[in-house]
Design a protein around this ligand. Structure first.
Ligand SMILES: [Zn+2]
Length: 112
């Protein structure tokens, strides 16, 4: 089995003129939390996400092992509102490829 990063779309939430897209992160062997964090950092720095964007990981099974995380991407809910989400994922895809990881997405962002 190769090293793999897979994310699955869980839906979005609109709140105060902002949209938060949620993806569940599914890690296979060989990828750990630190790898993921550096991918995220790299992608945030390389990809122009605009001003009002926040990206964070959220532990969804506190106290259990192995840890599971959701990826939350927040931006302003106006025209092109999910460009930030797509841009982030495009960057992530490129970076995982550079790192010889396979990357896949299950489901599709509601704004695409
Ligand atoms: Zn999205």
């Amino acid at each position: 089995m190769g090293d793999e990063l897979e994310i699955e779309y869980c839906g979005y939430e609109a709140r105060n003129n902002q949209t938060i897209c949620t993806w569940e992160i599914k890690l296979a062997s060989g990828v750990d939390w630190n790898d993921l964090d550096s991918l995220k950092e790299w992608t945030e720095n390389k990809v122009n996400l605009g001003q009002y964007v926040g990206i964070w990981f959220k532990r969804i099974n506190k106290g259990q092992f192995p840890p599971k995380y959701n990826l939350n991407i927040r931006g302003i809910g106006e025209d092109g509102r999910c460009a930030f989400c797509r841009r982030f994922r495009t960057g992530l895809k490129k970076k995982t490829k550079d790192n010889a990881l396979s990357y896949s997405e299950i489901g599709k962002c509601d704004f695409e």
